[in-house]
Design a protein around this ligand. Structure first.
Ligand SMILES: *[C@@H]1O[C@H](CO)[C@@H](O)[C@H](O)[C@H]1NC(C)=O
Ligand SMILES: *[C@@H]1O[C@H](CO)[C@@H](O)[C@H](O)[C@H]1NC(C)=O
Ligand SMILES: *[C@@H]1O[C@H](CO)[C@@H](O)[C@H](O)[C@H]1NC(C)=O
Ligand SMILES: *[C@@H]1O[C@H](CO)[C@@H](O)[C@H](O)[C@H]1NC(C)=O
Ligand SMILES: *[C@@H]1O[C@H](CO)[C@@H](O)[C@H](O)[C@H]1NC(C)=O
Ligand SMILES: *[C@@H]1O[C@H](CO)[C@@H](O)[C@H](O)[C@H]1NC(C)=O
Ligand SMILES: *[C@@H]1O[C@H](CO)[C@@H](O)[C@H](O)[C@H]1NC(C)=O
Ligand SMILES: [Zn+2]
Length: 457
């Protein structure tokens, strides 16, 4: 009798367990902190459930040997397509600032579960690859104290270096030794070109944009605008205004107008990730502080997700502005030219060179207006052309550079525009946020198509 009761209750327990497992699967990811193994298991689960929308990979190991896992999400992550931009979020670079880590797991779930029902999400993931590194500092996280809003335990990596002071910086008179976690990110941004990115922090509520130091006055607190200041202000405002309350600017005993700030104007940072990415890796990166408390109670997480969800999504959608295209070089083998790696692309009046990828791609995020795009490469004639950036969508401009001829060296003293390239192809693509694009055209709807033939100089 006793045995039977035991057996019955065991069976009941089993059913109850199965039921609650099923319920939690339906409910989705729990709002709690996921330890290292739980986090990796969750990323593996998403990868298994959505094999053709995700790619799971490690970019390296921490000092103590923990893998730095990245989940990439998008229709084209498995086989990259030219001119589909990569974007990136990094969380938990300071090991005790943990909200970003959890929100990135929720963001991954949101993208993947909404793909089939929400056309905005679908259009975004059909036209963008988003890479999420929820935790850049797993060793620091491992020793961080739950429910501690302030404090520094776990902030640094296990060699006690601050990873957001550890990137190469030409302003730094005494550069620290590059840590394994930093080296992994440096390799990553050099092997994958990221157009737009952000790293997530805690302890304040503000979007902090480049530059983080004033060149030549590196320890002083003063505004240090980058050549693309207007673009960075725009990107930052997209986040702060899409957030539930960040734009109000009065949080955590700070005041930031519209919830955004120039980095050096807040306080100078030498060796930060955002300036490195902008100056060296041809990308636009900001630092986002998303909670006053660095390690809040788990019960705070649902609210933090709701506050940040639209901001995290809308920020990345701004990758589809400005101008992009492929730079080709004249070639004897191929009359239409070959994609040129390492060509310099810049906008007149903005003294920051960006470099083309191995597929010849470039991306310049710009606000609507008229610009002069300048392209150069040691082996080819330099070329510049006008670009009109629309208020909606991306302008596409491909350029073919002519091989350098020795003749031109004698006549290069004229500062006039040199029509060295034969032709540029210019089209305007729209990022259609109101509708999903047809599956056959993963890019955008082509509004206009113009072919501009520039006379040989
Ligand atoms: C994923 O691949 C499967 C099998 O190849 C296919 O049926 C499905 O439509 C694909 N899903 C997406 C979102 O591309
Ligand atoms: C689809 O997702 C976008 C972006 O997050 C959101 O603004 C919109 O409200 C969603 N649409 C529906 C019908 O849920
Ligand atoms: C963290 O690392 C920085 C150097 O990167 C150092 O200045 C700071 O003192 C370290 N923090 C602690 C708590 O030791
Ligand atoms: C020539 O270059 C174009 C564009 O890069 C490419 O699509 C084409 O396959 C190339 N043709 C040959 C014969 O290599
Ligand atoms: C052009 O100059 C390069 C070196 O400056 C030389 O090697 C090459 O032979 C020259 N070509 C012609 C056609 O003069
Ligand atoms: C430039 O255009 C002319 C005439 O349209 C053509 O003969 C020439 O081969 C082109 N040069 C290149 C580098 O494409
Ligand atoms: C937009 O959506 C509507 C209604 O779902 C559909 O009729 C229309 O064809 C779509 N347009 C495009 C460009 O996808
Ligand atoms: Zn931080």
């Amino acid at each position: 009798m006793f045995q039977l009761t035991m057996r019955l209750s065991a069976v009941c327990l089993l059913y109850w367990l199965q039921l609650s497992l099923l319920m939690s699967a339906l409910r989705g990811l729990d709002f709690k902190y996921h330890g290292e193994e739980e986090m990796v298991n969750y990323l593996r689960l998403l990868n298994k459930k959505y094999p053709n929308m995700t790619k799971l990979y490690s970019i390296g190991k921490s000092v103590q040997g923990r893998e730095l896992w990245v989940l990439a999400i998008g229709k084209h992550v498995a086989s990259p397509v030219p001119l589909i931009p990569n974007v990136r979020y990094i969380g938990n670079i300071h090991g005790n600032e943990v909200v970003g880590r959890e929100l990135l797991l929720h963001l991954a779930e949101h993208y993947l579960t909404m793909y089939s029902t929400n056309s905005t999400i679908q259009t975004f993931l059909d036209s963008t690859n988003i890479h999420l590194l929820p935790c850049m500092n797993p060793d620091g996280f491992h020793i961080s104290k739950p429910n501690y809003c302030d404090g520094i335990q776990g902030r640094n990596n296990s060699n006690n270096f601050d990873l957001n002071r550890n990137f190469p910086d030409s302003n730094n008179p005494r550069p620290p030794p590059i840590q394994p976690e930093t080296a992994a990110v440096i390799r990553w941004v050099h092997s994958t070109h990221f157009v737009l990115s952000a790293n997530l922090h805690g302890g304040a509520m503000v979007v902090n944009y480049p530059l983080d130091v004033f060149p030549g006055d590196i320890y002083s607190t003063r505004s240090s605008p980058s050549p693309d200041d207007d673009v960075f202000v725009h990107l930052s405002l997209v986040f702060s205004r899409s957030h539930a309350n960040m734009y109000k600017g009065n949080h955590c005993d700070d005041h930031f107008v519209n919830g955004i700030t120039n980095g050096a104007e807040w306080y100078p940072v030498l060796g930060g990730m955002q300036d490195f990415v902008y100056k060296v890796a041809s990308g636009y990166e900001v630092l986002i502080e998303i909670s006053c408390c660095k390690y809040p109670r788990p019960s705070e997480l649902p609210k933090l997700w709701i506050y940040n969800k639209d901001a995290l999504i809308n920020f990345m959608m701004t990758v589809h502005i400005g101008v992009k295209g492929i730079i080709y070089g004249e070639s004897v083998q191929n009359s239409s030219g070959v994609p040129l790696k390492g060509a310099t692309v810049s906008i007149k009046g903005r003294d920051i060179p960006f470099y083309t990828t191995s597929r010849g791609e470039y991306y310049k995020l710009l606000l609507p207006g008229n610009y002069v795009l300048m392209v150069s490469h040691p082996l080819y004639e330099s070329y510049s052309t006008f670009v009109k950036v629309q208020s909606y969508g991306v302008t596409r401009k491909d350029i073919l550079l002519s091989l350098k001829s020795n003749r031109s060296e004698h006549t290069s003293s004229t500062p006039r525009r040199q029509g060295a390239a034969n032709s540029t192809i210019s089209t305007v693509n729209t990022f259609d946020t109101a509708n999903s694009s047809s599956p056959a055209s993963p890019l955008f709807h082509v509004l206009t198509f113009t072919l501009v033939v520039v006379l040989l100089f």
